[in-house]
Design a protein around this ligand. Structure first.
Ligand code: ADP
Ligand code: ADP
Length: 226
C-alpha cells in the first residue's frame, strides 16, 4: 500500500519537447488506478517518472508523504511489469522469479516460500522448471508478474502488460489482475490505450490527452451519458 501524490509534474525530454505539462494527481492507498489515452499522450512517461526510470523535469512526486523525486528506483518499494516480458531466457521460471530475492541476499528457505506463494497465486506452480521459450505468451506474462509479486512491493506499475496477448487471453488476464489486486490490496497503476481494459480494471481512471489530464473519475462517472 502506497499513496502517490503528483504536484505540477512536468517532463521535458533532452530534445526540448515538453510531453507532460504540469500534472496534479492523488492516488490512494490500495487503489487500482488506470492511466488511459491515445498513443503518445505521455502515460508511459509519467509512469516511468513514478518508477524513477525517467528524470522529473519539474514538480514534486511524493510517495507516502515523502518527496521522492530523487529516490533511486530500487528504494521506492515498487515493482514494474512491462509489455515485453523481459524474462531471463537461460533461467527457469523458478530462477526468474527468485533472481531479485537472491540478489537481495534472502535465505533459500524464504526465497522458496516466496516463489511458491506467488506461483500459487498466479497458478503457474507446474511451470517452475520450464524455460521461458517453452511457455505461452500468457504464461510468460504471468511469470513477469510473479517476478514482481515475490518482492512484495507496496506499489505495482503496469505498462501495457497485456498488449502482446491475443484477445481471449487478454480477457482472462484482466480477470486475474483484478483478482490479484483484491488478494494483495496493493496500490496499482496501470497504463493502457485500451478503453475496455481501463473500464474493467480501474477503480478510478485518469484520461490523458496531449500530456495533460483531461478527466479523472470512476469508470461509470467518465463514460455514462446523462
Ligand atoms: P504513451 O505512453 O501515452 O504512448 P509516451 O509517454 O511513450 O506516450 O510518449 C509521450 C511523448 O513523448 C511522445 O510524443 C513520444 O514521442 C515522446 N517521447 C518518448 N520518449 C522520448 C524520448 N526519449 N525523447 C524525446 N521524446 C520522447
Ligand atoms: P542453487 O544451488 O543454484 O542456488 P537450489 O539448490 O536452490 O539452487 O535449487 C536448484 C535448482 O532447482 C534451482 O536453480 C531451481 O531452478 C530449482 N528449484 C528449486 N526449488 C524449486 C521448486 N520449488 N520448483 C522448481 N524448481 C526449483
Amino acid at each position: 500500500m502506497t499513496q502517490v501524490r503528483l504536484r505540477q509534474i512536468r517532463k521535458q525530454y533532452a530534445d526540448g519537447t515538453e510531453v507532460i505539462h504540469g500534472v496534479d494527481l492523488d492516488i490512494h492507498d490500495g487503489e487500482f488506478m488506470v492511466f488511459v489515452g491515445p498513443s503518445g499522450c505521455g502515460k508511459s512517461t509519467l509512469l516511468r517518472m513514478i518508477a524513477g526510470l525517467e528524470d522529473i523535469s519539474g514538480g514534486e512526486l511524493h510517495l507516502d508523504g515523502m518527496l521522492a523525486n530523487d529516490i533511486a528506483p530500487a528504494k521506492r518499494g515498487l515493482a514494474m511489469v512491462f509489455q515485453s516480458y523481459a524474462l531471463y531466457p537461460h533461467m527457469s521460471v523458478f530462477d526468474n522469479m527468485a533472481f531479485s530475492l537472491k540478489m537481495a541476499g534472502q535465505s533459500k528457505v524464504s526465497i522458496e516460500s516466496a516463489v511458491q506463494k506467488a506461483a500459487a497465486i498466479l497458478q503457474i506452480e507446474h511451470l517452475l522448471d520450464r524455460k521461458p521459450k517453452d511457455l505461452s505468451g500468457g504464461q510468460r506474462q504471468r511469470v513477469a508478474i510473479g517476478r514482481a509479486i515475490v518482492r512484495q512491493p507496496k506499489l505495482f506499475l503496469f505498462d501495457e502488460p497485456l498488449s502482446n496477448l491475443d484477445a481471449s487471453l487478454r480477457v482472462q488476464m484482466r480477470i486475474e489482475l483484478s483478482r490479484l489486486h483484491q488478494e494483495l490490496q496493493t496500490t496499482m497503476i496501470y497504463v493502457t490505450h485500451d478503453q475496455v481494459e481501463a473500464m474493467t480494471l480501474g477503480q478510478r481512471i485518469v484520461v490523458f490527452n496531449g500530456g495533460r489530464i483531461e478527466q479523472v473519475g470512476k469508470p461509470l462517472e467518465l463514460y455514462e451519458k446523462p
